[in-house]
Design a binder for this molecule. Structure first.
Ligand code: UD1
Ligand code: CA
Length: 452
């Protein structure tokens, strides 16, 4: 069977109180609609249709990399009307799956289940039992437990409102039948909208089987209408990620204070302390320790690495058994070989450091190449920027840079060179030699302390 998926995303999301369309708010760092598109593409790679409306240009612009068909619904006349806008683009023999635009945690398994159970000429709907179903469409069943209708909260009788089985908004039906039924929809209801859900009663009246498939987890079908619900869903998502990592052998100090916003792999026996944020593409090896309050973005970390508290790493490659932090900022283009140590209050950018070198305290190292077993003393600064151009500093193997040194790039420090403390090095320092900058110490004999 060929599938087409329609994502309904034209609503305004009024209750978000936001200039941003609802579907662009993020779960796990990714727009809600992008989650929906990923789920849809797994089913119908080339046949995903997104119905957009209010703020639509902004939505299209932000998600322009997604290969989907955008369909404009000029007036928001209801979910049935929204689907109707897409029907002319879909061949009659396709099975259509419609998704509401705001349930980003829907699982592929649930979608596959409803599609599998809904064969020729039948209708499928994903439902869930909610202890508090307020505001949602209710599933109406007859005495034989067959689904016969979906009634919206506002149109429901007091008796119907007691029903806890709700419509997730995820419905599948053959294109051919939708093409027959949707033009017949009436908007004789409390909201004066054309409801997609009214096709259930039409199907029942025409003896088409209706399969209700339950979502496995309630949060799969939790819509997002408010920022509170957005935050709740974020936590469900994060807890699920946390549980998966723990099952794979990662120790988390607190699964409630763990955030993954991207594509992340973490090796066995790695320990992650509280409030660590992983974003983008992150690889962490085995047996590492990540301290509290760190942000790791697009970084690859080998095994046995220790990252102490409050570090930020962005677009970097970290070798085996490195020790970083606390309070280190590792910026894009940094590559550390094995057993490199970056200490506290070190900022490093676009720099390669070879094995066993150390930058232990209070330094800025930018645009540099540092050899093996180099020691960069406390307070060393590469002066890499002249206001216009960035220039390179090279420190060769075994060199020792005394504390409080300024290296005015471009400059090279030779192999095993020794730079005396407090130097301002603007010319290359030769290998195997001590280079110092003499500054005289003067005692002012007639000095008087300041008076009030
Ligand atoms: C809808 C369902 C309800 C279900 C609930 C689940 C209908 C009539 N009701 O109600 O049974 O329990 O979802 O969350 O289908 N949209 C458009 N164009 C429109 C109207 C809506 O694209 O003209 C989109 C919205 O952007 C949203 C989705 O359709 O993504 C659902 O619309 P919404 O207004 O949120 O419907 P609910 O009242 O929540
Ligand atoms: Ca909704």
């Amino acid at each position: 069977m060929e599938y087409s998926v329609i994502i309904l995303a034209a609503g305004q999301g009024k209750r978000m109180y936001s200039a941003l369309p609802k579907v662009l708010h993020k779960i796990a760092g990714k727009p809600i609609l992008a989650h929906m598109i990923s789920a849809a593409k797994a089913i119908a790679k080339d046949n995903v249709y997104v119905v957009y409306g209010h703020g639509g240009e902004q939505v299209r612009e932000q998600l322009q990399a997604e290969k989907v068909h955008w369909v404009l619904q000029e007036e928001l006349l209801g979910t049935g009307h929204a689907v109707l806008q897409v029907l002319p683009l879909i061949p009659d023999d396709h099975q259509i799956l419609t998704l509401v635009g705001d349930c980003p945690l829907i699982k592929q398994q649930t979608l596959q289940n409803v599609l599998k159970q809904t064969c020729n000429n039948s209708i499928g709907v994903v439902t869930a039992d909610f202890p508090n179903p307020h505001g949602l469409g209710r599933i109406i069943r007859d005495a034989e437990n067959n689904v016969t209708n979906i009634v919206e909260e506002r149109d429901a009788t007091a008796e119907q409102q007691k029903i806890c089985e709700i419509n997730s908004g995820i419905i599948t039906a053959p294109a051919k039948l939708l093409k027959e039924w949707l033009p017949q929809l009436k908007n004789h209801n409390a909201q004066e909208e054309y409801y997609l859900t009214d096709i259930i009663a039409m199907a029942a009246a025409n003896q088409h089987p209706i399969h209700a498939v339950k979502a496995q987890k309630h949060y799969e079908v939790h819509g997002i209408n408010t920022r509170k619900q957005l935050a709740e869903l974020e936590r469900f998502y994060q807890l699920e990620q946390a549980e998966n990592f723990m099952l794979q052998g990662v120790t988390l100090a607190d699964p409630n204070r763990f955030d993954v916003r991207g594509d992340v792999e973490i090796g066995q026996d790695t320990e992650v302390d509280i409030n660590v944020i992983f974003s983008g593409k992150v690889r962490v090896g085995k047996n590492c320790r990540i301290g509290p309050n760190c942000e790791l973005k697009d970084v690859s970390i080998a095994d046995n690495v220790e990252i102490k508290a409050n570090c930020i790493l962005d677009d970097a490659i970290i070798g085996n058994a490195c020790v970083i932090g606390p309070y280190a900022r590792v910026r894009p283009g940094t590559e550390l070989a094995d057993e490199v140590k970056l200490g506290n209050f070190v900022e490093i950018k676009k720099t390669r450091i070879a094995e066993k070198s150390k930058v232990p305290h209070l330094s800025y190292i930018g645009d540099a190449i540092i050899g093996r077993e180099v020691n960069v003393g406390a307070g060393t600064i590469t002066c890499n920027y002249d206001g216009v151009n960035k220039r390179q500093t090279i420190i060769e193997d075994g060199a020792f840079i005394g504390s409080d040194t300024q290296l005015i790039a471009p400059v090279t420090i030779g192999k095993n060179a020794y730079i005396g403390s407090g130097a301002t090095i603007s010319k290359d320092a030769p290998a195997d030699k001590l280079t110092i900058c003499k500054k005289q110490q003067v005692v002012v004999e007639d000095w008087q302390p300041p008076k009030k």
